[in-house]
Design a protein around this ligand. Structure first.
Ligand code: NAP
Ligand code: F7E
Length: 345
């Protein structure tokens, strides 16, 4: 019989990759989407099934993790074997502007799901989408499952609550509840306001003459970027092992934002010359026109300067390692963008 998965946050980047992955594994996938004034299901359009289809494999439900009633009734009605909690206000910079909303969704949302599991069926396996942002001002390089946390944003703090409440429910009530501690992962489906997508989209549009300039913030923070397609496989594996546990998922390689931008520009054949410092730093094209500029508004009140993980435990226990590297990730993102631009009449 098919297993049943329930995904909170199915309309996001990871929700869409995981639902495609699970459908290929013959799961029945239920997904929770928020009501919005315009359609928010573009990322899962390719797998959407009309309501009249018999024996549907992908079923969507309106709900919100800030609403205990919808969380409870969706879990009760769908009877999942596995729940994946991706629902979050996932933008770190935005979490400084709406910290209370971020906490309600990213911290309390997890508690609401765990409480519902406890009341409905303690056998449901639970995955919590934890983040390398919990390491924040890093206490150790590289970061492992044993590295102490030091979050630097309301987002990081809220995710840390979710991390510990997941462990607490596992230990207190014997739930199969596991945390992924995922480092940045990107893809063609990444939200437009995250830095990798913003850079790839911006430079592709500049190349096609559709945009003049790209405005960014801190070019010198360092990230460990992987591909979402690889990471959803790790997420699934986390719920397939014998014991619930916590796992760092990363590539072990670190680059600055500027490195990412330079590599992307080179792949697109855009020749850049950097001049100036701080807020006056600019990248000029061959015609000596500035095409990348720095704006104060994109800096955060406190920054996570450097992140790089160690996936030894995931390799050993999950038999997982990333298939993509930074270059193939950027190629995938560029190809997607160029195809869109070529089809844009
Ligand atoms: P994403 O693209 O921003 O997707 C977030 C999803 O959560 C969307 O489907 C969103 O719905 C939904 N959502 C937001 N608020 C909600 C609420 N109150 N109730 C129900 N659903 C809600 O994020 P992602 O990149 O796929 O990441 C998935 C999860 O992993 C998130 O929890 C994120 O914090 C975490 N994470 C991400 C990374 C990364 O690098 N991508 C790394 C570590 C951890 P809408 O589509 O309607 O907005
Ligand atoms: O920023 C710098 C910015 O917003 C990366 C989320 O998925 O990964 C993500 O969080 C870096 C930061 O990702 C711009 O200051 C410069 O240092 O792409 P980002 P993030 O903050 O690392 C973690 C693991 C998550 O869990 C989160 O959900 O890039 N940066 N200029 C910029 N960042 C943005 N967004 N926009 C800029 O213009």
């Amino acid at each position: 019989m098919s297993k049943i998965a329930l995904i909170f946050g199915i309309t996001g980047q990871d929700g869409s990759y995981l639902s495609k992955f699970l459908l290929k594994k013959n799961y029945v996938v239920h997904g929770v989407k928020r009501r919005s004034s315009s359609l928010n299901t573009a990322r899962i359009d390719s797998i959407y099934q009309e309501p009249f289809v018999k024996k549907k494999k992908l079923i969507l439900h309106y709900g919100d993790v800030s609403d205990s009633n919808s969380v409870f009734s969706i879990i009760k009605n769908t009877k999942p074997d596995e729940i994946y909690n991706f629902a979050a206000q996932s933008h770190v910079a935005v979490s400084f502007e709406i910290p209370e909303y971020t906490t309600n969704t990213d911290a309390m949302g997890t508690l609401r799901i765990l409480e519902a599991i406890l009341k409905i069926n303690k056998k449901i396996k639970f995955y919590q989408a934890g983040s390398s942002e919990m390491f924040g001002k890093v206490m150790q390089i590289p970061q492992t499952e044993k590295t102490p946390f030091y979050p630097r944003s309301p987002y990081g703090v809220a995710k840390l609550y979710s991390h510990w409440i997941t462990i607490n429910y596992r230990e207190s009530y014997n739930l199969f509840a596991s945390n992924g501690i995922l480092f940045n992962h990107e893809s063609p489906l990444r939200g437009e306001t995250f830095v990798t997508k913003k850079i790839v989209q911006g430079l592709c549009r500049i190349k096609f003459g559709k945009q003049k300039k790209l405005y960014l913030g801190n070019l010198y923070s360092k990230r460990d970027w992987g591909h979402a397609e690889d990471y959803v496989e790790a997420i699934w594996k986390i719920l397939q092992v014998r014991k619930p546990d916590d796992f760092v998922i990363c590539t072990g390689k670190q680059y600055t934002i500027k490195n990412f931008l330079d590599i992307t520009a080179k792949k697109l054949g855009i020749i850049l010359k950097w001049r100036g410092k701080g807020l006056n730093e600019k990248a000029y094209n061959l015609d000596n026109k500035p095409i990348v500029e720095i704006k104060k508004k994109y800096f955060r009140p406190s920054e996570v300067d450097k992140l790089v993980g160690d996936y030894t435990k995931a390799k050993k226990i999950l038999n997982w390692k990333p298939k993509h590297n930074l270059s193939s990730l950027i190629d995938d993102m560029i190809n997607h963008e160029i195809n869109l631009l070529k089809n844009d009449k």
